[in-house]
Every structure is written in structure tokens, then in C-alpha cells.
Design a protein around this ligand. Sequence first.
Ligand SMILES: [Zn+2]
Length: 352
Amino acid sequence: MRIDEKLTDYVVDQVVRLVKTPSLAGHTDEAIAYVEQELARAGVKHRRTGRGALLATVEGREPGQQRALTAHVDTLGAMVKELGSDGSLLFTPVGGYALATVEGEYVTVETGSGKHLRGTILFDEPSAHVSKKVTDTKREFENMRIRLDAEVRNQKDLAKLGIAVGDYVHFDPRCEVTDAGFIKTRHLDDKAGVACLLGALKAMADSGSRPRLTTHFLFSTSEEVGFGASAGIPPEAGELVAVDMGAVGKGQESDEYSVCICAKDSTGPFDYALRQRLVKLCRSQKIPFKVDIYPFYGSDAAAAVRAGLDAVAGLVGPGINASHNLERTHRKALAATVRLVLAYVEPGGRKR
Ligand SMILES: [Zn+2]
């Protein structure tokens, strides 16, 4: 199935909307509600799983081994760990990232009562005119702080604002879509994958087509902390394809203009026959693709298989530059990913 620029525009627009919708593991309701609304708009049947993820099922045209695709809505962020004696906040990470990638970031602290307070992540002696430490100290969670944009001088002031240990901290996505077709923003991992699945579902809905075999789409909520798709994939699915970022970088094949097919990540090789089938689909439909190995990577495919899913697994997704950092991809990679997802589900026929 070919997709047009209008559908790619839709996918880019979904990425923008999704990255601006906060969704940290344990607190993904807003993003799930958003995806729910998009699925409803496309007329796709869906339900919430026990864990609060979303499972959409599109009935196939033929009987046979069911399939599943998954992408995760949860992203990186932080949580208040301690109220500092000087009115600053210490934090603990939600998901894995290097502190250098968040130093200087503007954040929103969400209190238990739903109040939003702005702040900035800084080294605890951040001024170059006051301390030499700012240049030569290794960043650790112990020496990083959130400087709150409020008149706070001590723990009491913080408590008065309603701030408490356990409050969520959302990073500004800094989303920008450039004229050259790049989307640079935090949280492309894996909101780009979610947007690609929504794009594929919309393409099928718009053309009134259905997948050849019954296909499940799981929008999971806790991948960044390791157990996203460990539940929620129906046992009838004999194949699982995770749609998650391709790892671009030195020595990598992956790029920002292709759909990246993972041969092996930290958890081991993906199913060879499934991988070869995905490559063949790209070749025959002239979809720009790369096959790659991700040295430090685990995905929802591994989470599902580890949890006992009796299915073969694969991993595909748009190439993401500077992952878990100031990420970037190109609309070409999103379009290629949507096309591969559609090639995989083999849409056809008319809806009843
Ligand atoms: Zn991811």
C-alpha cells in the first residue's frame, strides 16, 4: 500500500501532539486517552488492558495465525526524590538516561493535587562566577537539582506549594518540525512508533481495508522501565513486531531516512525468518530500510518474550538520531515505517 504526503503529514502531526502529552511510566493516562480518541476517530475497536495499556484489534479477512504489533507511549522523565534544604529538588530518573542529556532542561513538576510548577535541571553549583566545580565535576544524581521557579528558600516553602516526594517531573519536549522535514524533539522514542501505528491504522480505515490476518495493536505504557509488553499481547498472536526506534550512531547502519530492522539487540537475535520476510517486503515495495544491530537496547519484544509469550518476535522502527537525548528523525523514516507496517499486515478488501 502506497501512502501519500497527506498521511505522512498526519503521522508527523501525531508525533507532535504525542510528544507534547506527558506520559511517564506509571502515569500514562493522558497519552493513552489521546490514543484512544485517535482510534475511535478511525473506527478501530479497542480496550484498556488491566495494566492501563491499550489493545486495538482489527479483524482479518482470512482465518490463520494472528499477529501483533506494539509501540510504547511512556517516555523518559524524573520524579522528586527529596526536598532540598535550600528549596531545590533532588530527583530520581524514570527510565535510563545520562545526566548530561538533561542538564539545563526546563521541566514541569506536577504536584499530587495536579498543580504544575516550572523549573530547570541544573548542577548544584551552576554559576561559573561562583564555583569552578561546574566545569570539572562529574554529574551524579546527588549533585543535580531542580531549580524551581517559585520563591522557595527551604523545605517548608516547598511543602507549602504542595510539592512532595514522588511528584512527577516532565521534561520539555522542545519539539520542532523543520522545513527540511526533520522532527527534532525529546520522546521520539517511542512516540514516533505510536504515531506510525496510528498512521497505518488510519490508512486502512481511510481506504476501507483490513489486514489479511487478525492483527492486534498494543500501545504499552511501561517499556522504558523494562516491562511494557510483558502483558497485553493476546496469546493467539504467533508473531510480535515491536515498532520502536532504530539506533543511529557511529558504526551503525541505521539512519534517519529509513525504517530500521533490528537483527539483534542486547537481548539477542530476533527471529530470522520473520526478519528476512520484513527485508523482503521492503525490497519488493521499494521501502528504504536498513538492517542493524543495537548494542545497548532492549524493547517490548523482549519484555513480551521474557514474560512467556509463545511467539516469534521482530523489531522495526524509524531511525532516531541521539536517542535518549535530544532526539531527531526525518519524515522519510516515519513514512518508511508506516509503509513497512502496512506491507506486513497486508491490507485489502472492503470493510463489511
Ligand atoms: Zn523505546
